[in-house]
Design a protein around this ligand. Sequence first.
Ligand SMILES: Nc1ncnc2c1ncn2[C@@H]1O[C@H](COP(=O)(O)OP(=O)(O)OP(=O)(O)O)[C@@H](O)[C@H]1O
Ligand SMILES: [Mg+2]
Length: 288
Amino acid sequence: MSLEVRNLRIVLGGRAVVDGVSFDVPDGARVGLIGESGSGKSLLALAILGLLPDGAEATGSIRWDGREILGLPDRDLAALRGDDIGIVFQEPRTALNPIRTVGAQIGEAVRIHEGVSRREALRRAIAEAGRVALPDPEHLVTRYPHQLSGGQRQRVAIAMALACRPRLLIADEPTTALDVTIQAGILELLRALVHDAGMSLVFITHDLAVLAQVATHAVVLADGRVVEQGAVAELLRAPASPVTQALLRDATTTLWHPEIDPPDARASRPSDRGAPSGSDADRRGEAP
Ligand SMILES: Nc1ncnc2c1ncn2[C@@H]1O[C@H](COP(=O)(O)OP(=O)(O)OP(=O)(O)O)[C@@H](O)[C@H]1O
Ligand SMILES: [Mg+2]
C-alpha cells in the first residue's frame, strides 16, 4: 500500500506552516522527513494521521492505497490508525499512561485491533514485548512506565504502535530524547522490524546521519516547503540545496551509508588513517 501526498498545505493561525508539499511513500519504502525545528515535519505527520490540532486547515491530497484520506471523518481515520498506520512519537512518556502497567497498555493495543480476551491480550503483550527485545517480558509487563528506562519506554511505545501490524509506521523523532547508545539500539530495532514485516516507514528527524541509517529516500523541508528530495545516497553525495548542505554539516554521528561507502572503499577512507571520520571530502564521496 502506498502513500501519496500532493500539494499539501496546512494553515494554522493564518499562517501556512506546510505549503505545497508532495512526496510518495511506495509500498515497503523507507522515507525520511528532515528539516530544522519548526519546518513542519510533525504537522505533516499529524496530517497523515488525521490528528492536526484544532483550527488547522489542510488542503491538497493525501492518498493511502489510492483512497483520499484528507478530510475523512474521525471514525474512519481512527480505524485507519488502528489498522494500517502506526505512530511512534519523540517522547515515549506522552504515549504511555503513567498509572497503568506496561502489559495492560500493550495488551489494549492488541485488544483494540483483534478484540481478544484480556487474558489472551496479556499473553500477546508478553510476546510483543519480546519482539521489541525488552528484557524479561513476563516480569516487564507487570511494571509501570516510570519503572522503565527511557529506551525501554520507547520500545514499549514501538510495541504498541506495531501491535496493530500496520502497513505504514510513522516515527516522529523516536530517538531524539534518548542518549546516543540507546538511540542506536532503537534505530537498529526499528530497521529490523520494518524490514521483517515489509512495512513502509516515514521517519522524521533533524539529523541526516540518523536518517541515513534508516531511510533510503529523503524529503528535505524548510519553512513548510520541500527544498529537495531524492535517494539518501544521492543527497549525501551531492546535496543541491543549502538547507541540505547545512544538515550535512550538522549531522551528529559519523556518516555511514552502504551505497556511498562500500566496504572496500572504507578500507582506504581517511578515518581509517587517523583523520576524523566524516570529513568534508569523505562526505562528498571524493577520493581521499
Ligand atoms: N498547535 C499549534 N498551534 C500553532 N502553531 C503550531 C502548532 N503546532 C505547530 N505549530 C507551528 O507550525 C510550525 C511547524 O511546526 P512542527 O511542529 O511541524 O515543526 P517540526 O518540524 O516538527 O519541528 P521540531 O523539529 O521542533 O519538532 C512551527 O512554526 C510551529 O510553531
Ligand atoms: Mg516535530
